[in-house]
Design a protein around this ligand. Structure first.
Ligand SMILES: Cc1ncc(COP(=O)(O)O)c(C=O)c1O
Length: 381
């Protein structure tokens, strides 16, 4: 057994990252200044979009995107139940109603047919989530949204660095939200961004980031006004220095994640006890998470027991995610919510996330595979 816990995720901070932050901290600006603008330009270039608006977290990015989309009371936004609660919370925070559409049982992303089933005349926004890092099928979701006049927000907290048919994540939806939390593909400590090609949305995103302030007389900035209350979502320059440095490493980090993920897939594809999510042709997975689905019918215990047993082996396995509509806030508003999304409800009790991060070694991965073998063999039915 390993002597120390292998976490499911870990940031990779290198000496040049430290030097970049140090230099930024001794500059004149330490809050939002020139490095935020540089970071935004670099993010937009990377994703081949016109605008990037840096904010304080992936949660702030989602809230800013929902605000920019004009979501409000009486509106509905369709989203997946298999995501971190921040996705649906951002809708609820605007006073709008999140509506959960079921997932596809093989990709684990929101299913087009399910989106069609739950849409109503009140639907204004679709918030798709690239679960674990696999880009959603925007080629079909966006045309559906266009037919109905919805705005598509891609929650790409897991998938930055991914692509579909060579088109990078960021360029696949009206707005794409990123997270730079340390577990994610690159980090600024806390941080996030919204990417968009649309000038009108970019302007609204910049406005909400800075309290909703507008400057009707640019030469007299002290005469600002607030037509709609916004927030303070401003990222700092020293975080942007880290972000710029990390962005230069995204491809290298991705290569390592991809190697580890492919090796997991090779080793586990013949397993009696786990099933792997689909990896469709043309998709470049972002590999934020490596998720497997247990074949519970071949095991004598439930998923939580397997996760606990892996943790007892010092493997930091975990679960992404409890379905959002099971959280009391949503459950109480959706009348118990059982049977709302049958595929998600069948899949969720089978999900296990295994460790995956760029500085993980081949030996670390061997430890995971050995522990998995031991635990699953022990509980074989
Ligand atoms: C799918 C998804 N969306 C949004 C967020 C929120 O990002 P942050 O932690 O940067 O606020 C997360 C973070 O875990 C996430 O996984």
């Amino acid at each position: 057994m390993r002597p120390t816990l292998l976490p499911y995720a870990h940031q990779t901070i290198e000496p040049d990252d430290l030097a970049a932050v140090n230099a930024a901290l001794t500059a004149d600006w330490i809050t939002q200044g020139p490095l935020v603008a540089r970071f935004e330009r670099a993010l937009a270039e990377h994703a081949r979009v016109k605008h990037a608006i840096a904010v304080t977290s992936g949660t702030a990015a989602l809230q800013a995107a929902c605000w920019a989309a004009g979501l409000g009371p009486g509106d509905e936004a369709i989203t997946t139940p298999l995501t971190f609660a921040a996705t649906a919370n951002a809708v609820a925070y605007q006073g709008a109603q999140p509506v959960f559409a079921d997932i596809d049982g093989s990709t684990l992303n929101i299913a087009l047919d399910a989106v069609k089933r739950v849409a109503t005349e009140r639907t204004r926004v679709l918030v798709a989530v690239d679960y674990a890092g696999l880009p959603c099928e925007y080629d079909r979701l966006v045309p559906l949204a266009r037919e109905h006049g919805w705005i598509v927000i891609a929650d790409a907290a897991h998938s930055f660095g991914g692509a579909t048919d060579g088109r990078p994540v960021g360029a696949l939806a009206d707005m794409t939200t990123l997270s730079f939390h340390p577990a994610k593909l690159i980090t600024t400590g806390e941080g996030g961004a919204v990417l968009t090609d649309r000038d009108d949305l970019a302007e609204r995103l910049r406005t909400v980031r800075h309290h909703g302030i507008r400057y009707p007389e640019p030469a007299r900035p002290w005469r600002y006004e607030i037509p709609e209350p916004g927030n303070n979502y401003r990222l700092t320059d020293f975080q942007s220095a880290l972000g710029l440095s990390q962005l230069g490493k995204l491809d290298r980090f991705w290569q390592r994640r991809d190697r580890l993920a492919r090796r997991y897939r090779e080793c586990l594809s013949g397993s009696r006890f786990v099933e792997l999510p689909a990896l469709p042709d043309g998709a470049r997975h972002g590999w934020h998470l490596f998720v497997v689905m247990l074949r519970l019918e071949r095991l004598s215990v439930d998923r939580d027991t397997i996760v606990e047993a892996l943790r007892a082996e010092n493997i930091g396995a975990t679960v992404h995610y409890p379905l959002i509509f099971r959280h009391p806030f949503y459950r109480e508003r959706l009348g118990g919510a059982v049977g709302l999304c049958p595929t998600a409800e069948r899949v969720e009790p089978r999900l296990v996330t295994l460790p995956l991060f760029p500085s993980m070694t081949d030996d670390d991965q061997d430890d995971v595979l050995r522990a998995l073998d031991k635990v699953l063999g022990h509980y074989a039915r």
